[in-house]
Design a protein around this ligand. Sequence first.
Ligand code: SAM
Length: 438
Amino acid sequence: MLSPFLRLRPSVRSTVGLTVPLVRYSSRSSFYQAPGAHVKKSKTKEELQLEQLERDMRSSKWYVRWWATFRTKEFQKKMTWYYVGSYAVFLYLGWKYMGGLYKKDQELDEITGKMNTQGKVNEYEMLRWKQLTGKARYRDEKKLAEYEKLKAKGVTDFDGMEITVEGLNHCHEKILPARDTTGFYDSKAEEYDKDIDWEEKMVFMGKRRKWLMKHCRGDVLEVSCGTGRNIKFMAMDHIKSITFLDSSEKMMEIANKKFREKFPLYKNAAFVVGRAEDLVDLARGKSADIQHSTIKYDTVIEAFGLCSHEDPVRALKNFAELLKPGGRIVLLEHGRGEYDFINNVLDNRAEKRLETWGCRWNLDIGELLDDSGLEITEEKRTHLGTTWCIVAKKKDDKKRDEEMTFVEKYLSPGIQERLQKMKEEEEIIEAMKKKKND
Ligand SMILES: C[S@@+](CC[C@H](N)C(=O)[O-])C[C@H]1O[C@@H](n2cnc3c(N)ncnc32)[C@H](O)[C@@H]1O
């Protein structure tokens, strides 16, 4: 029997020639089920999701299977425990990390305190201090590894001990042996400026040269002046005299021309052709005693020179000898970077660089300074650490106020004073005790 809600219409011909009964349902007609008709029950949202989940679990793609696993009820139930577990691990690691930091801080305080009170520490402590303050170089790390081996064997007292380890500049197979480059630069002089110009512009080297030149004070010596690329950044306001030195006569000729063009009337300028390694002899002239030789400088500067010297450490030692008290050595150099990938590039192209530019661009500049016995008061590195901007002084020279760290300037004198007072008090008490006993 037909449902009262269903009204049949006469059949119409479909476009493919079949006769299709036209059925119109009233709003309630969807409940109607034709006798014998197979009606598919529509699936609920949950059922569809479950089916999708099962399909995903069987997927050939690992990330689909993973994502499906995260959606399973079992996993979500366990999630709370995962959260609690992860939080506990996080807390544990944080606690360990903070503990490590605290220990390092304490060790640093101890070493700094010893430096301030006793004026010196043993080599191990000095190396640890460097490591803790992020100043340890390759050789320092190697020495520390040796000390750690001794510690593992039960040695605890390192006083008076010194470990010798070869530096990177001597033992790295890709750091080529040094050589005299005078002939090379004589032949390169004419095209030097043109060839280097674009390379320097690409890395904004002018900014670094400006930094170098703003340090010039009093009597200035520029070593390895080359074609005088720093002259355009030179301001004479604080300069009393300027001496240029280079081993290549041809490079020096170009520097001389540039200087005369920029400062045609300046009188206190000297141009010396000679090697940085012979500087002390050159400055001494006929006098046998360097201490009484009149030629000393307030500022010795050098840009990209150490990489082309035959003996860069000797050159640095010479700079130190020619410094007036309070004088500074200011260097703009290129060398090893702060990352392995860039050092690999420098190492792999070291030979080519030496051929085309006459320089060893993969030297560890910091190690050269350590070997020369100079003390660095400022060290800034750019271009992935390959450009070194360094201000250094003689070790026995006092630091200027602006070169001191906050601790050195304000805290150390206070600590020293307090410790000295405590020491005096202890001595008085000891003396009184002794007197009483007598
Ligand atoms: C890479 S160039 C740098 C030139 C210049 N300072 C500049 O910034 O463009 C190196 C310079 O160091 C000079 N030089 C190399 N060995 C030297 C040495 N032992 N003593 C003095 N100058 C040296 C070369 O003649 C050359 O002019």
